[in-house]
Design a protein around this ligand. Structure first.
Ligand SMILES: Cc1cc2nc3c(=O)[nH]c(=O)nc-3n(C[C@H](O)[C@H](O)[C@H](O)COP(=O)(O)O)c2cc1C
Length: 209
């Protein structure tokens, strides 16, 4: 039986994107089919153009990742969502993506999918745990089954990010995620995919028995 993992992220400068790719790598190592999607920017073009780092990272990411669709969400057995923090909360771009899931939520289409979350911040205590918890809270409303990485692997003791992979990146992209951050993200991807497969097998055996 195969398992489908959808990774949805927002990133302005590319740091969160690196965690998303590492989570994808871990999920693929576990044998999952993986889709990685980036939610769209919301800022007006003239504002984005004033920030060269933003504008060029956006161009590169738009080439590599399409936007998430309802079909992606229905396809997924596990959904892993990540973003940079904005004043201790998810950015408007990611929040709009979540808010637009109202119809799927109302129809119960996200119930029992596995959920996990990740984050980047500019500073050590700048809101990483708050932002991950905010994403997980929304997943709980959807009836998803939360799978955090916990301290379930040695990489997590080094990273110290039991709620979800995280990286402290500096204000823009001056300090990308470290190898320790990426190893934790790979582990999170692998663990999420494996737990989603266990659930899928369990559900199939219940319905066939
Ligand atoms: C408007 C704005 C608000 C931010 N708020 C915070 C914050 O509350 N705490 C923090 O540590 N970093 C904050 N940051 C920094 C980003 O979260 C951080 O640089 C992040 O890693 C960028 O990720 P990205 O490269 O994927 O866009 C903020 C950045 C912006 C632009």
């Amino acid at each position: 039986m195969n398992v489908n993992v959808l990774i949805v992220f927002y990133s302005r400068y590319g740091n969160t994107r690196l965690l998303a790719d590492a989570i994808a790598e871990g999920a693929q190592q576990a044998g999952a089919d993986v889709r990685v999607r980036r939610v769209a920017d919301l800022a007006p073009e003239n504002i984005m153009r004033q920030d060269q780092d933003w504008w060029s990272a956006r161009a590169q990411m738009s080439e590599l990742y399409s936007e998430p669709t309802d079909e992606d969400l229905l396809w997924a057995d596990a959904i892993v969502i990540g973003c940079p923090t904005r004043f201790g909360s998810p950015p408007a771009e990611l929040k709009l993506f979540l808010d637009k899931l109202g119809p799927l939520w109302f129809q119960g289409k996200l119930v029992d999918k596995v959920g996990s979350a990740f984050v980047t911040t500019g500073t050590v205590h700048g809101g990483n745990e708050m932002t991950v918890h905010s994403l997980l809270t929304t997943m709980m409303h959807f009836g998803m089954i939360i799978v955090p990485p916990g301290y379930a692997d040695t990489s997590m003791f080094a990273a110290g990010a039991p709620y979800g992979a995280s990286a402290v990146t500096g204000p823009e992209s001056d300090k990308p995620p470290t190898e320790v951050d990426l190893a934790a993200a790979r582990f999170q991807g692998k663990r999420t995919a494996e737990r989603a497969l266990m659930l899928k097998i369990g559900k199939a055996s219940l319905t066939s028995g």
